[in-house]
Design a protein around this ligand. Structure first.
Ligand code: IPM
Ligand code: MN
Length: 355
């Protein structure tokens, strides 16, 4: 019997509701397999912060590290000053566990309405760098509060950091039918980082001659994502551009209620074991405005569970979850306005997975 040890971080707001459904579907997906799921809940987020002042302690991190993967709901609450939980909890997890591949599929499932009139076939994946760029917190402000205030946020881009995420993007593109990479940056203005990204992509491309590469400035990418999203297969980009583009990607593929993500550290030790747990979470936030009302769509979390299963080497279970979501989405138009609660959707997905 294999054991799957999961660290569960429900977090804040609707995070708590959607994670419950994600776990329900996960259990259903593994019911027929010789796998025992063990979960450990971590009380992190606004409630813990208010109760103890802690965001993420060393002890939390050490405990989380021992698990095979992390399932996270959402972090953030208006009662906590902006940036505290984001930086000290969510980004600290991504940085400390070295989640350098932030994987965000952009897929328009049959039956799902897109705000685009003619979206065509949309099935791409964004490989967003996860540990560098302007997210490192390198910068500061002087003369704060005066008319002469100066604020800087320095984007850090290392050859090492870019190469490893670019390699991951090529490996993914190489096994997809279209084998195409779009490097998105802004090298006409961000000259230093832009050219390092470009040179790195060209160098790795030499090892993958059958992968086609196109270069696109990020402003142009926002146009194409709206006018012709079918052209994209694998997008590789930096942390901030990837953040922005993946919200747009979610918007054109049915909204953030459906957008899944994986924060992956693909590295393995000499025994083939992952060096750190990867973390799976919906792209959406804690949505305090609808929290506690059973209104949140757990589908993004359920699709993140599929990414988790794939990552831990359970592709059949992952495929069953994916198929259940696809079937559910295909039937939504005929629900003709019947609004299902978070728990109802979760229960129906679990039933489909169980077959
Ligand atoms: C996301 C979020 C985070 C990010 C925030 C909450 C730090 O927007 O996961 O996309 O910018 O990465
Ligand atoms: Mn975001």
């Amino acid at each position: 019997t294999r054991t799957l040890d999961l660290a569960v971080i429900p977090g804040d707001g609707i995070g708590i509701e959607v994670v419950e459904q994600g776990l329900l579907v996960l259990d259903a997906a593994l019911a027929g397999e010789d796998v025992t799921v063990r979960t450990a809940d971590f009380n992190l987020g606004a409630a813990r912060y208010h109760a103890t002042g802690d965001t993420l302690t060393e002890a939390d991190l050490e405990a989380i590290r021992t698990h095979d993967a992390i399932l996270l709901g959402a972090i953030g609450d208006p009662s906590v000053p902006s940036g505290v939980l984001e930086r000290e909890l969510l980004l600290r997890l991504r940085f400390t566990l070295d989640h350098y591949v932030n994987l965000r599929p952009g897929r328009l499932y049959p039956g799902v309405a897109s705000p685009l009139a003619n979206p065509g076939e949309v099935d791409f994946v964004v490989v967003r760098e996860g540990t560098e760029g302007p997210y490192v917190g390198n910068g500061g402000a002087i003369r704060v509060g005066t008319p002469h205030e100066v604020a800087t946020e320095v984007s850090v881009n290392t050859a090492f950091g870019i190469e490893r995420v670019v390699r991951d993007a090529f490996a993914r593109a190489a096994v997809r039918p279209r084998k195409k990479i779009s490097l998105v940056h802004k090298h006409n203005v961000l000259v230093h980082a832009g050219h390092l990204w470009r040179r790195t992509v060209d160098a790795v491309n030499a090892e993958y001659p059958d992968v086609t590469v196109e270069y696109m400035h990020v402003d142009a990418a926002t146009i194409y994502l709206v006018t012709n999203p079918s052209r994209f297969d694998v997008i590789v980009t930096d942390n901030l551009f990837g953040d922005i583009l993946t919200d747009l990607a979610a918007a054109i593929t049915g909204g953030i209620g459906l957008a899944a993500s994986a924060n992956i550290n693909p590295d393995r030790d000499a025994n083939g074991k992952h060096v750190a747990p990867s973390m799976f979470e919906p792209v959406h936030g804690s949505a305090p405005d609808i929290a506690g009302q059973g209104k949140a769509d757990p589908t993004a979390t359920v699709l993140s569970v599929a990414l988790l299963l794939e990552h831990v080497g359970m592709p059949d279970a992952a495929a069953r979850v994916q198929a259940a979501v696809a079937a559910d989405l295909a039937e939504r138009p005929v629900l003709s306005g019947r609004v299902r609660s978070t728990a109802e959707i979760g229960k129906e997905l679990a039933a489909r997975v169980a077959g």
